[in-house]
Design a protein around this ligand. Structure first.
Ligand SMILES: Cc1ncc(COP(=O)(O)O)c(C=O)c1O
Length: 410
């Protein structure tokens, strides 16, 4: 298996991309699906912004360095990674905030309809916000799995205002059919809201081609924007004049510096701006996205599938005897860029792995979740990570009491 990994590395046409990242020696980083590593382009960009722009040019930088235009510029960069034409994505705030914006806007596009659908296994923030929007707008919130959508819509077509799903399930890594689900939702006259957190930068997303309505996502996972980097909101061009976003901050006003007492939304994607953008984080993200230059999402996808297949094969051959179950779909077309392994004591195993230099994460109650961003992982890295996991399971070292102590962030 190691020989095969080395051969695959020798033939890897994306091997050069690793050099665009700072990665600590000796660490196998299998958690880039939670927090991407540091792209080398970030530090010089932040130094320039802080030292020269902020330090020397002070407030004039809003014009001189077009700080004001950054949410739109970064939005356009993001659009390029999601198969969207320019002018449809704004960058800013957190995914949770953008979800609130998108869910309210989607439901307001369908007045008179009374149901908001979400996935009962969706990330908690998606469910909490759906519940809150339901209370706010007086809608019934129904939870169902994407696989149940067709049946449900067949029975309740006329009542559903909006549907909110994640394109990749954060626990299992299952990739859903964006085009088919969007079509089904729209055929029922409803509006589709996609959460792309675990998809953007990892799998091809063709928002314009599938006729998407609204989408949100974070940028600190596969896009490597840094801790707490700003999220994004996509609003299809055809909806931009009608959408009524709930957070009517002054940045989204048609004339922000007119300083009027009443709100008139900008008639472009700019209406999705809220308050003053977090310039430092956004500039870091802008620089981080340059790691994608000349790479191409199709090549990334091919390597990602090869890496996750390597893990599944290893688990089948070497981990089965420890009671490890591969939770992630085996069919490549149903797989994101992670593999989740169900096992007893997954938390302890994860901590023991980290101590041996292999970083993954734990998702309650029993999943070891491993991410395989193809930008900077080699096949040999993945092999080492899996061998280390097999060693820990075999020697039982994860049972040491210190590995059971729960930190605030798991
Ligand atoms: C599917 C999904 N949505 C949203 C979030 C997080 O939202 P926020 O960026 O507001 O913390 C996550 C975080 O991991 C997520 O997995």
């Amino acid at each position: 298996m190691l020989a095969a990994a080395r051969l695959a590395d020798a033939q890897d046409e994306l091997a050069f991309v690793r050099d665009r990242f700072e990665l600590p020696d000796g660490t196998v980083y299998l958690d880039g699906n939670s927090l991407g590593p540091l792209p080398r382009a970030v530090l010089p960009a932040i130094q320039e912004l802080v030292r020269r722009q902020w330090g020397q040019d002070l407030i004039t930088s809003w014009n001189v360095h077009d700080w004001w235009g950054l949410p739109r510029r970064v939005g356009d960069q993001l659009a390029g990674l999601m198969g969207a034409a320019e002018g449809q994505v704004i960058c800013g705030d957190s995914t949770s905030v953008q979800l609130f914006q998108a869910l309210v806007a989607a439901c307001r596009l369908r007045p008179g309809r009374s149901v908001l659908l979400t996935d009962g296994s969706n990330f908690p923030t998606d469910q909490y916000l759906a519940d809150s929007v339901g209370r706010l707008l007086g809608l019934q919130v129904v939870r169902l799995h994407p696989s149940e959508l067709a049946l449900h819509l067949g029975q309740h077509d006329e009542r559903v205002a909006a549907v909110s799903f994640s394109l990749v399930d954060y626990r299992t890594g299952e990739l859903f059919d964006a085009a088919g689900l969007t079509r089904a939702v729209q055929a029922a006259g409803a509006v589709m809201v996609w959460d792309l957190c675990h998809a953007v930068g990892a799998v091809p997303v063709a928002l314009d081609q599938i006729g998407a309505d609204l989408a949100v996502g974070c940028t600190y996972k596969y896009l490597n924007g840094g801790p707490g980097s700003p999220a994004f909101l996509y609003i299809a061009q055809r909806h931009q004049q009608q959408v009524e976003l709930p957070l009517t901050g002054w940045n989204g006003h048609r004339e922000p510096f007119g300083l009027n007492g009443s709100y008139v939304p900008a008639d472009s994607i700019e209406r999705a701006r809220i308050g003053t953008p977090t310039l430092l984080s956004m500039a870091a993200l802008q620089a981080a996205l340059s790691a994608f230059d000349g790479v191409g999402i199709d090549r990334l996808r091919a390597k990602s599938l090869a890496l996750t297949q390597q893990v599944i094969d290893f688990a089948d051959q070497r981990l089965d005897r420890f009671g490890v179950e591969v939770v992630t779909p085996r069919r490549p077309e149903l797989r994101g860029s992670q593999v989740s392994l169900r096992m007893p004591d997954a938390y302890q195993v994860c901590q023991a792995l980290i101590e041996r230099g292999v970083i993954g994460d734990f998702r309650a109650p029993d999943l070891l979740r491993l991410g395989f961003p193809p930008m900077y992982l080699s096949y040999a890295d993945v092999h080492r990570g899996m061998v280390t996991l097999a060693e820990i399971l075999a020697d039982g070292s994860y049972r040491e009491p210190r590995f059971a102590q729960r930190a605030a962030v798991t």
